[in-house]
Design a protein around this ligand. Structure first.
Ligand code: AHR
Length: 621
C-alpha cells in the first residue's frame, strides 16, 4: 500500500473531526486499528440526502465493518458534479487503493472516472458511466423493476381495466425514465387501462403528499397508484388517509424497517413494493476480490429485484434471515453446451472444464450439436441425476419454459452461460453470465463510422448474421442497427445467416458474388469464424479483403488477430469465451447461500491492428 503513513495520518485526522462532533462534516472515516489496515477504500457518494443513497452508504459501511483489514473514507458530493470531482481528487491524494463511486451526473463524471481507472481499480455504482473505463459496475435494472411494477398493477385491476396514476421522479433521472419505460411497456398492452402520469421532481415523501392533497378532486377516478419509490408511495398513502380514500399503491425500493417498503406492505399501507437493491454489500465484497486479485470478477453486476406483495411478504422476510450452511460435499454441475461451431465455442468449453477442475467441481458435460431438443434432453438427464446446479448455454433464446419449470420444481437452480433466453418469468434462471451483445453490435458500427467515411459515397454493408433466434445474433444486430439508423448514408444491402461458422460466412459471400458486381464497402460479421470464411471467399475471387472491403467482426480470436495483422481484416470486437472462473465463482456463491445477481456481464475491448499486434502473443483463444 502506497502512502501508508500519510493515510494513517488522514484516517486519524478524520476520526478526530468526527469525534469533535462536526455533524455537517462531509467526509467520514472509521475507527480501525491502523496497523491492521491493508487497504483504504475511497467512497465518493453523489449525495447523502436521498434516502436510497443513505441506505447504500450504510450497507457499504456495515459490510466493510466485517473486514478488519480495510478502512473507508467516504465523501458526500452534495449533488454537485464539481464537488464530486474535487472529492475524488482528494481521495486520490490520500492514497486510496480502490475507489467506489456513485456518480451524480454520469456524463460529466465519465472522464474523471476513466482517469482514476488508469491508476487504481474503480467500482461504479447505481448509474453506469459511458464506455468500459472502470473495473466493475454494480447497479439495478430499472426497466425490469418498472416491468415488475406493471405486472403487479395488473393484479390490482380486475378485468385489466381502470385508471392508473403513475408518480414518477425527476425528468432528468435516468432511473425514473427506465422505470417508466418498463412499466408502460406492460400496461400499454391493455387498452382498457388509462394511464395518468404526474411528476414529483424531488421524488420525496412530502412533495408527493402535497401533490395528492392538491389533486383530491381527481382521485375518485383513480384505481391504482404506481410511485417510483417507497417514500413517494408513503407520501401518497398519507395523503389518501387524510382524504379518506382507499387506493392500492405500489412502490419501489423494498427496504426493511419502520415506514420502509416491506413494513408498509406488511401493515397494508401499500399493496406491493419492488425491491431495488443498492449493491453496497456487493461493492465491498467485490472490492475485496479485486484488491486480493481473486479471478472471476466480472465487468458488470446487474442486481436482481423482487416483488414483495401482501401475499408473499412474510415468506420474503423469512427468506432474508436464512443462511445456507456451506456445502462441504463436491458440487455436481450438469453443463449443457450448445455445440462446437466456432473457435470461440471451443475456447469457451475448455475454459469451463478447466475452471471446474481447478475449483474441484464435478462437471457433467453434454454437447448438444446445435440442437435445442438435445439440450432439453440433457437438462432432463441432469434433473434425474439430481445435480446441484444446471448450467445452460442455450442455442436459441425461446422455448425453454417447460423444461426450466421442471428444473425449478426439482429445486435445481439454472445458470445461463454465454447466451440469454427470453422467458416471461425471470425466476426460471438464477443468473445470466455473458457479454452485452447489443453493445458489441454498437461498437462494430461505431468503428465503421470512424473508419469508413460516407462523405463521398454512400456506404454499403453486408451483414453475416449468427444463428437466427440466438441472443448474440439478435443482440448484435439490434445494437448495430440502433447506431446505423442514426446515419442515413450507411446501408445494410445484404444480410444472411451463416450460423456462426466459417463455411457459413464463406457461402454467403460466394452466393453474393455469383449474382452481383462487387460493390460492397464493409462486411460486418457477427463472429470471427464467419469473417474468416468471408475472407477466403473474397480471396478466391481476387478481391482484397481488408483493403477493397473493410471487415469488422466480433469475438477477438487469435485467428482474427492474425488476419488483422496481415491486413486482411480490420477490427474485431472482443467477446470473451473465458467464462470458466466467473462461472465457478457464481456456482460456489450460489451453493453457499448467496443470491446471485440478475446478470453478470463480461468486459470486451476493440482490437484493430495496433492492439492485435500487442496482444497476440499472450492471447488465450
Ligand atoms: O454466443 C457467443 C457466440 O457464439 C460467439 O460470438 C460465436 O463465435 C459463437 O459461436
Amino acid at each position: 500500500m502506497k502512502n501508508r503513513l500519510f493515510i494513517g495520518a488522514v484516517i486519524l485526522l478524520f476520526i478526530g473531526i468526527l469525534a469533535a462532533g462536526l455533524a455537517s462534516c462531509d467526509i467520514y472515516s472509521e475507527d480501525k486499528e491502523f496497523e491492521k489496515i491493508d487497504y483504504v477504500i475511497g467512497v465518493s457518494q453523489a449525495n447523502m440526502r436521498e434516502s436510497w443513497r443513505l441506505v447504500s452508504t450504510n450497507e457499504i459501511k456495515e459490510e466493510a465493518d466485517k473486514y478488519s483489514d480495510i478502512s473507508l473514507i467516504i465523501t458526500d458530493a452534495t449533488s454537485s458534479t464539481e464537488k464530486q470531482k474535487k472529492d475524488i481528487q482528494k481521495l486520490l491524494e490520500y492514497g486510496i487503493d480502490l475507489l467506489i463511486v456513485s456518480p451524480w451526473d454520469v456524463k460529466e463524471m465519465t472522464p474523471i472516472i476513466s482517469e482514476v481507472y488508469q491508476k487504481i481499480p474503480v467500482i461504479v455504482m447505481d448509474r453506469a458511466v459511458e464506455g468500459y473505463d472502470y473495473t466493475l459496475y454494480i447497479g439495478p435494472d430499472n426497466e425490469t423493476i418498472g416491468r415488475q411494477a406493471g405486472e403487479e398493477i395488473l393484479q390490482l385491476l380486475p378485468g385489466k381495466a381502470g385508471t392508473v396514476l403513475e408518480l414518477s421522479g425527476s425528468e432528468y433521472s435516468q432511473s425514473s425514465m427506465d422505470r417508466s419505460k418498463g412499466f408502460q411497456g406492460v400496461v400499454e398492452e391493455y387498452p382498457q387501462i388509462v394511464l395518468i402520469q404526474n411528476r414529483v421532481e424531488s421524488a420525496t415523501r412530502d412533495d408527493t403528499e402535497e401533490l395528492i392533497l392538491r389533486q383530491k378532486d381527481a382521485l375518485g377516478e383513480i384505481d391504482a397508484i404506481f410511485a417510483h419509490n417507497d417514500y413517494m408511495a408513503r407520501g401518497a398513502s398519507m395523503a389518501l388517509q387524510q382524504l379518506g380514500y382507499h387506493i392500492p399503491i405500489i412502490g419501489i425500493d423494498g427496504f426493511i424497517g419502520e415506514n420502509n417498503g416491506v413494513s408498509m406492505v406488511q401493515n397494508d399501507t401499500i399493496a406491493a413494493t419492488i425491491t431495488c437493491p443498492t449493491g453496497g454489500k456487493e461493492a465491498i465484497q467485490n472490492a475485496m476480490d479485486i484488491l486480493n486479485h481473486v479471478s472471476g470478477v466480472p465487468k458488470q453486476i446487474i442486481l436482481r429485484s423482487h416483488k414483495v406483495t401482501t401475499k408473499n411478504v412474510e415468506a420474503y422476510i423469512d427468506n432474508l434471515g436464512q443462511t445456507t450452511l456451506p456445502n462441504e460435499d463436491i458440487i455436481d454441475v450438469g453443463y449443457s453446451q450448445l455445440g462446437t461451431e466456432s473457435a470461440w465455442r471451443l475456447a469457451n468449453t475448455a475454459s469451463i472444464k478447466e475452471a471446474a477442475r481447478d475449483a474441484g467441481i464435478n462437471l457433467i458435460y453434454e454437447d448438444a450439436d446445435q440442437s435445442q431438443e438435445k439440450q432439453i434432453e440433457a437438462i432432463r438427464k441432469f434433473i434425474d441425476l439430481k445435480v446441484d446446479v444446471i448450467v445452460l448455454s442455450p442455442v436459441v433464446d425461446t422455448g425453454w419454459e417447460i423444461v426450466l419449470q421442471e428444473a425449478k420444481e426439482a429445486g435445481i437452480p439454472v445458470i445461463l452461460s454465454d447466451r440469454k433466453i427470453s422467458v416471461e418469468v425471470d425466476d426460471l434462471f438464477t443468473t445470466y453470465l455473458g457479454a452485452d451483445f447489443p453493445e458489441e453490435g454498437r461498437n462494430a458500427m461505431r468503428w465503421i463510422l470512424e473508419n469508413v467515411p460516407s462523405d463521398t459515397k454512400e456506404v454499403s454493408i453486408i451483414e453475416l448474421q449468427g444463428t437466427l433466434g440466438a441472443s448474440p445474433a439478435t443482440g448484435r444486430k439490434n445494437g448495430f442497427e440502433e447506431i446505423l439508423s442514426q446515419h442515413p448514408s450507411y446501408h445494410i444491402v445484404y444480410s444472411k445467416t451463416g450460423n456462426f461458422t466459417f463455411e457459413g460466412g464463406k457461402e454467403i459471400i460466394e452466393e453474393y458474388l455469383s449474382g452481383h458486381e462487387w460493390d460492397i464497402d464493409v462486411i460486418f460479421a457477427h463472429n470471427d469464424d464467419m469473417a474468416l470464411g468471408a475472407i477466403k471467399a473474397l480471396e478466391d475471387s481476387g478481391i482484397k479483403p481488408g483493403v477493397d472491403v473493410k471487415i469488422v467482426s466480433v469475438d477477438g480470436t487469435k485467428e482474427a488477430f492474425q488476419a488483422i495483422i496481415k491486413g486482411k481484416s480490420n477490427c474485431t470486437v472482443e467477446c470473451t469465451p473465458l467464462l470458466g472462473p466467473q462461472l465457478m465463482k457464481a456456482i460456489k456463491d450460489l451453493m453457499s447461500g448467496k443470491e446471485l445477481p440478475l446478470r453478470i456481464i463480461t468486459a470486451g475491448k476493440i482490437y484493430t491492428k495496433e492492439e492485435a499486434l500487442k496482444s497476440l502473443k499472450g492471447r488465450k483463444y
